[in-house]
Structure formats: structure tokens, C-alpha cells
Design a protein around this ligand. Structure first.
Ligand code: NAD
Ligand code: UFG
Length: 337
């Protein structure tokens, strides 16, 4: 069975992907510096699957430790989740974003090259499109990120394209995620952001569980049906399964393949609140405030290419994601702590 190395595997998407891989009998090694996660997520994954994950705790910027790891095991595929991901923080601290996201990817690719591992699946983001000219967004939409975080994803994609052009047999798939939400249906693993959540769904669920008094809706004057921002919310388990499809349908030798992973459906902030209220039976108190800097009004995917190239499409609904997010949050009001 294939041995998969997952960088950032203790995090939100990484832990869900690890679980799905173990369920399909892949051998999984995780490297994570736990800067935005907890070992507990993987302990729970082991309990849920009855299988072991080999966890190595270090920063992948450290080439020596990476080499030691690659010397000790033979990996078939690397899934690269590790990175910083908060858009507004990246505006305040651009250097740490460029340093962490770019330098770690260079270290990882150099090590892969040295040890003859050529198959890479990279976590990109819909942020690379910035404010799209049209929706639904297809993969050929111009790349135009509006934050240092988005720039790091666009730059990494360029680096990976150049790597593939070097004709050394690299097979690289870049997956541009839209808005991952929800949790595993067991309620045992889910999203556990540090501090005040930046993203809508964890903020709503913390209001529902009583950790925060109210949600701030960032603007209701966008050119959308109810004026609030519209996004493509994808259940994290569907997203995790997208990575397995990418392993099963690898890019060809010397190919850089890129796919949107979204549902193709856009929902407004008010629609998400309504769906969460239905799922949880809780009232979500909110106030409308001014738009958040750098936000776009509407962003949702055309996921046709992923269906054609990976044989994958999202199956779960917004309602499923709200039920699962609430189950996770109500079982774990303080996350993994
Ligand atoms: P997350 O923060 O939960 O997971 C990232 C993991 O990487 C964390 O466990 C963190 O400790 C680890 N990490 C960070 N830098 C590291 C380093 N230098 N060395 C080792 N480990 C490191 O985030 P997530 O939501 O699971 O996102 C995973 C990936 O998907 C990220 O690259 C993110 O940019 C991308 N992405 C996320 C979203 C989203 O909304 N969640 C959307 C699009 C793309
Ligand atoms: N929103 C609020 N209040 C909040 C949080 C968000 O009204 O407290 C609104 C936003 O204005 C936006 C929508 O809810 O209209 C979704 O916002 P999120 O912060 O949840 O998601 P974004 O679309 O801004 O960005 C997310 C991730 C990025 C990722 C991108 C991909 O933060 O890392 O999705 O589309 F790249």
C-alpha cells in the first residue's frame, strides 16, 4: 500500500484527510510543528480508525530534519498542507507568511528531489483568484491575489510549474480549495482555530455554543441577492476525499495539474446563519458592520474540471456541514483543550 507523507497533517483539513487515508488502508506519516494545531486531533483519528499515524513534530523549514525523515522512510506521495493561512494576519505580518509558506515549500521540494519522490499534492486556495471577473470561477480565471497569503499560494504554484518544466519527472497537482467547513460526522475531530476565529463557520458555532456574544456580518451592501458575501462552502470530508481522488488520478509525468475543489453552489452569510440555526436549534445573534478589508462580494467554483480529471465531486450539502460543525462544537465547546 502507498505510503503518504502529510505536512500539516494535525490541522483541520490534514486531520480529516489522514482519517480518510487510513480508512482506505494507506500508510500515513505526518509532519507538523503544531503551530496551529494539537496532537489530540491525530490521537482521535487513531481511535476512530483503529490505525496508527506516525507523527513527527518539527518545522519543515528545517532541511536537516526533513532529510532525516526522508532517509528513514520511502514515501510515494506527499500532500503539502503545512502553511499559515489567515488572510488578515498576512497583511499585518507579510514576512512571516512569505518565510513560512515559501521557504518551507522550497525545503520540502528540494528534499523530495534529493530522495526521488516526485508526486506532490499541494493545498492551494481560491484566494489566488482575488476578485474574480466572472462566477462560477474556472481554473483559467486570471491569478490576481489580494493579500500576502494569497500571493504565497500563487507564488508556490509558479514555483511548482517551473519545477515540472525542469523535466525531472515531477507529477504535481494543485488543489484550489474554496471555503472548507464542517467536521467529521463522529464529532471527534473538527475545526479548532487559535484565538478569535477569522472564518465565518467557526465564529457562528462559537456564538451558538456561548463562547462569543454575537457574530459581526462584514457588510450587507454587496451586489448579491441579500447584500451579504457569497461563498462556496465545501464540507471538509468531501475535500479530504478530493485528495484521495488526486492520489488515484495523479498528474502525468512532467505535468502540473490544477483543480478547483468546490461545490459549485454559492451561499450568502445570511443563508449560512439560517442553515446553522436550523441544524443547531440555536439562535445566532448578529450585527451588520462595515465590510472587511480585502473581502470580495461573490466567489464560487466551477468544479467541472475536478469531476473530469479526478472523478471527484462534492456530495455533502450546506445542511450536512452545519449539522456536523454543530455536533463537533457542542461535543467539544473548547475544541481540543
Ligand atoms: P491548519 O492551520 O488547521 O493546518 C495547517 C497545519 O500546518 C497546522 O497543523 C500547522 O501547525 C502546520 N504548519 C504550519 N506551518 C508549518 C511548518 N512550517 N512546518 C510544519 N507544520 C506547519 O489549516 P487548514 O485549514 O487545515 O489548511 C491546510 C492548508 O490548506 C493550508 O495550506 C491552507 O493555506 C490551505 N487552505 C485552507 C483553507 C481554509 O479555509 N481552511 C482554504 C484554502 C486553502
Ligand atoms: N464573514 C462575516 N463575519 C465573520 C467572518 C466572515 O461576515 O466573522 C463573511 C465574510 O465577509 C465572507 C464570508 O463570511 O463574506 C466568508 O468569510 P470567511 O472568512 O469564512 O472566508 P473567506 O472567503 O474570506 O476566506 C476563506 C479562507 C481563505 C481561503 C478562502 C478560499 O479564510 O484562507 O476562504 O475561498 F483561501
Amino acid at each position: 500500500m502507498k505510503h503518504i507523507l502529510i505536512t500539516g497533517g494535525a490541522g483541520f483539513i490534514g486531520s480529516h484527510t489522514t482519517l480518510e487515508l487510513l480508512n482506505k488502508n494507506y500508510i500515513v506519516t505526518v509532519v507538523d510543528n503544531l503551530s496551529n494545531s494539537s496532537k489530540e486531533s491525530l490521537k482521535r483519528v487513531e481511535k476512530l480508525t483503529g490505525k496508527k499515524v506516525s507523527l513527527h513534530i518539527f518545522d519543515i523549514i528545517n532541511r536537516e530534519l526533513l532529510e532525516k525523515l526522508f532517509k528513514s522512510k520511502k514515501f510515494d506521495v506527499v500532500i503539502h498542507f503545512a502553511g499559515l493561512k489567515a488572510v488578515s494576519e498576512s497583511v499585518e505580518e507579510p514576512l512571516s507568511y512569505y518565510d513560512n509558506n515559501l521557504v518551507s515549500t522550497l525545503a520540502l521540494c528540494e528534499t523530495m528531489q534529493k530522495f526521488g519522490v516526485r508526486q506532490l499534492i499541494f493545498s492551494s486556495s481560491a484566494t489566488v483568484y482575488g476578485d474574480p471577473k466572472k462566477v462560477p470561477i474556472t481554473e483559467d480565471e486570471p491569478i490576481n491575489p489580494t493579500s500576502p497569503y494569497g500571493q504565497t499560494k500563487a507564488m508556490i504554484e509558479q514555483i511548482l510549474k517551473d519545477l515540472v518544466s525542469s523535466n525531472r519527472g515531477w507529477q504535481i497537482t494543485s488543489l484550489r480549495y474554496f471555503n472548507p467547513i464542517g467536521a467529521h460526522e463522529s464529532g471527534q475531530i473538527g475545526e479548532d482555530p487559535n484565538g478569535v476565529p477569522n472564518n465565518l463557520m467557526p465564529f457562528i458555532s462559537q456564538v451558538a455554543v456561548g463562547r462569543r456574544p454575537k457574530l459581526m456580518i462584514f457588510g450587507n451592501d454587496y451586489d448579491t441577492p441579500d447584500g451579504t458575501g457569497v461563498r462556496d462552502y465545501i464540507h471538509v470530508v468531501d475535500l479530504a476525499l478530493g485528495h484521495i481522488s488526486a492520489i488515484d488520478h495523479p498528474a502525468k509525468k512532467n505535468e502540473f495539474a490544477v483543480y478547483n475543489l468546490g461545490t459549485g453552489m454559492g451561499y450568502s452569510v445570511l443563508e449560512v446563519i439560517n442553515a446553522f440555526e436550523q441544524a443547531s436549534g440555536k439562535r445566532i445573534t448578529y450585527v451588520v458592520t462595515k465590510p472587511r478589508m480585502g473581502d470580495v462580494g461573490i466567489c464560487y467554483a466551477d468544479p467541472t474540471e475536478a469531476e473530469k480529471g479526478l472523478g471527484w465531486r462534492a456530495k455533502k450539502t450546506l445542511e450536512d456541514a452545519c449539522v456536523d460543525a454543530w455536533f463537533w462544537q457542542s461535543q467539544n465547546p473548547n475544541g481540543y483543550n
